[in-house]
Design a protein around this ligand. Structure first.
Ligand code: IPE
Ligand code: IPE
Ligand code: MG
Length: 267
C-alpha cells in the first residue's frame, strides 16, 4: 500500500485554481525542448556538465508544477539522436545524470501518481540506464494522474523512418492494405502511439528551431520560445506561459465563426 507523503499532491488533483489558471483551457499535453544548460554553465565559467546538473533540478520543478497545474501529459526532450555526437565525456555525464535522476525520482513519481514512459531509440542507451528506466516504468505503470514522457535518444526523423519500415513490412506481409494507410494508422506506428499530440510546445534558451523533435506530432501545437536558459526556467515562468497559451485562439485552419458554430452544435 502506498503511504501518502506530505508533498504528495494527490489530495488536490486539480489544484490549478491556486495557480490562477483556467481549468477549462489547460493544455492537455505540454512538450518542452529543454535547451541552454551548456550556455548557463559557460556564462558562469563552469563546466557544461554543471549546467546539466542544474538543469536536472529544473526538471524536478517542472514535473511538480505540471502535476500541480493538472496537466495530463508532459513530454521532455532530454537527449536527441544527434546528441550522441557530443564529446564522449559529456554523453557519459548525461547518461549518468539520467540514471541518478530516475533513481532519485522514483518515490516522488509514486507519491504523485505519475507514470513514466520513454520515447526514442531506447536500445542505444547504456545497459544500466536502460535497466533503471525499465525498472521505473514498471514501478509506475499503474499510476494515472499524469504521464511523464521522456524523449531519450529521440529523433523525429528516425521515428518516421521506423514508422515507415514497420508499415511497409506489414504491407508486404499483407497485414496492412496500402490504400487504408491514414493519419491514424501512422500515429499508431509512432513512439507516441496512444498519446494525443502536444497542445503546447515550449523551447528554452531562445533558439527558433525544432531540432528534430516530434516532427509529426507538433502539426498544430502552439509554440512558445523563451530566452530563459533551462537551468533558470522557473515555476512562475512556466505558469505564465500556460496563461499565455490560455489566451490563444486555436483555429486549426478554420475561421472563428466556424469554430463558434461548431461549439453551438456541440451543445
Ligand atoms: C540542453 O542543453 C541539454 C541537452 C541537449 C542534452 P544544451 O547542452 O544543448 O545547452 P546549450 O544549448 O549548449 O546551451
Ligand atoms: C535539442 O537541443 C535537444 C534537446 C534539448 C535534448 P540541442 O542543443 O541538441 O539542439 P541544437 O543543436 O541547438 O539544434
Ligand atoms: Mg543546446
Amino acid at each position: 500500500m502506498q503511504t501518502k507523503k506530505k508533498r504528495s499532491l494527490n489530495s488536490n488533483p486539480s489544484s490549478s485554481d491556486g495557480l490562477d489558471l483556467d481549468p477549462a483551457r489547460l493544455p492537455h499535453h505540454v512538450a518542452i525542448i529543454m535547451d541552454g544548460n551548456g550556455r548557463w554553465a559557460t556564462r558562469r565559467l563552469l563546466n557544461r556538465i554543471n549546467g546539466h546538473q542544474q538543469g536536472a533540478d529544473t526538471v524536478r520543478t517542472i514535473i511538480r508544477t505540471s502535476r500541480e497545474a493538472g496537466i495530463s501529459i508532459l513530454t521532455l526532450y532530454a537527449f536527441s539522436t544527434e546528441n550522441w555526437e557530443r564529446p564522449q565525456i559529456e554523453v557519459n555525464a548525461l547518461m549518468d545524470l539520467l540514471k541518478k535522476f530516475l533513481k532519485s525520482e522514483q518515490q516522488e513519481l509514486m507519491d504523485n501518481h505519475i507514470r513514466l514512459n520513454a520515447i526514442g531509440q531506447i536500445n542505444r542507451l547504456p545497459d544500466d540506464v536502460r535497466q533503471t528506466l525499465h525498472e521505473t516504468m514498471t514501478l509506475t505503470r499503474e499510476n494515472n494522474a499524469m504521464l511523464l514522457n521522456l524523449a531519450l535518444s529521440y529523433g523525429g526523423r528516425s521515428e518516421i523512418v521506423k514508422m515507415v519500415r514497420d508499415i511497409a513490412r506489414k504491407s508486404v506481409q499483407g497485414e496492412i492494405d496500402p490504400e487504408s494507410i491514414t493519419s491514424e494508422c501512422i500515429q499508431e506506428h509512432l513512439y507516441t502511439r496512444g498519446i494525443p499530440d502536444p497542445d503546447l510546445l515550449i523551447r528554452t534558451s531562445g533558439e527558433m528551431r525544432i531540432s528534430n523533435f516530434l516532427l509529426w506530432q507538433i502539426a498544430y501545437a502552439e509554440i512558445y520560445i523563451t530566452e530563459t536558459l533551462w537551468p533558470d526556467f522557473s515555476k512562475d515562468e512556466f505558469i505564465q506561459i500556460i496563461k499565455d497559451y490560455q489566451q490563444r485562439d486555436r483555429r486549426f485552419g478554420k475561421i472563428n465563426s466556424q469554430r463558434r458554430s461548431l461549439k453551438v452544435r456541440e451543445h
